[in-house]
Design a binder for this molecule. Structure first.
Ligand SMILES: [Zn+2]
Ligand SMILES: [Zn+2]
Length: 205
């Protein structure tokens, strides 16, 4: 439906402040808001429904995270601190086997009572939503280049076997680079000379 001026009437709904969407990460602070000095502790177990990380390493969908949070009422907001435990999964950047990396990271953020540019988070409908700060803390804690073990030797550049699984691995008769070069030249001669090219065309027609 449109009103004069061409603005769709439904558009008004977009400006309504959304109500809090309760998730496993939302915690009620109704009993401590605006009561400086009050403190609560809360433990939460969540099943991750939106991956935290990247293709190489991350806390995958369906993984469990345990969050221990401490909620302290201050004058201008709720200070939320605590730690999160879980396991990130990915692959070794050297040998590509699956790796599981323990995640154990601390967080601390102030949830302001009213919007304030100095703070990233606000108390909403007497709740705090721990999801974004848990996500940030977890993602920042992930190793940039995960390895299965510090001295992982990676893969054999010639045949691709995992070198840690094959101690002493070597190739007895490595291809002499000079022969490899000759083989390449031979290929060029038979495929790319004008003579063989024209012969190929004749065979096709
Ligand atoms: Zn490795
Ligand atoms: Zn090899």
């Amino acid at each position: 439906m449109r009103v004069p001026g061409g603005v769709p009437r439904r558009r008004v709904e977009l400006f309504v402040v959304p109500h809090l969407r309760e998730t496993p990460y939302t915690v009620s602070v109704v009993d401590i808001v605006h009561r400086p000095g009050e403190m609560r502790e809360k433990s939460i177990d969540v099943v991750v429904d939106d991956e935290m990380g990247n293709a190489v390493i991350g806390v995958r969908k369906g993984a469990k995270l345990h969050i221990d949070a401490r909620l302290e009422a201050l004058h201008d907001g709720i200070l939320v601190s605590g730690d999160v435990d879980g396991t990130a999964e990915g692959e070794c950047v050297r040998c590509l086997i699956d790796v599981a990396v323990p995640v154990e990271v601390e967080f601390a953020e102030l949830f302001a009572y009213s919007f304030d540019e100095a703070f990233d988070y606000t108390v909403q409908d007497d709740h705090v939503n721990l999801e974004p700060l848990v996500r940030d803390a977890v993602v920042l804690s992930l190793p940039f280049q995960p390895v299965c073990q510090e001295d992982c030797l990676g893969l054999c550049p010639e045949c691709g076997v995992r070198l840690l699984d094959n101690p002493g691995h070597e190739h007895e008769a490595p291809v002499d680079p000079r022969w490899a070069a000759l083989a390449g030249l031979d290929g060029l001669t038979s495929e790319d000379t004008g003579r063989s090219g024209s012969r190929g065309k004749k065979e096709k027609s």
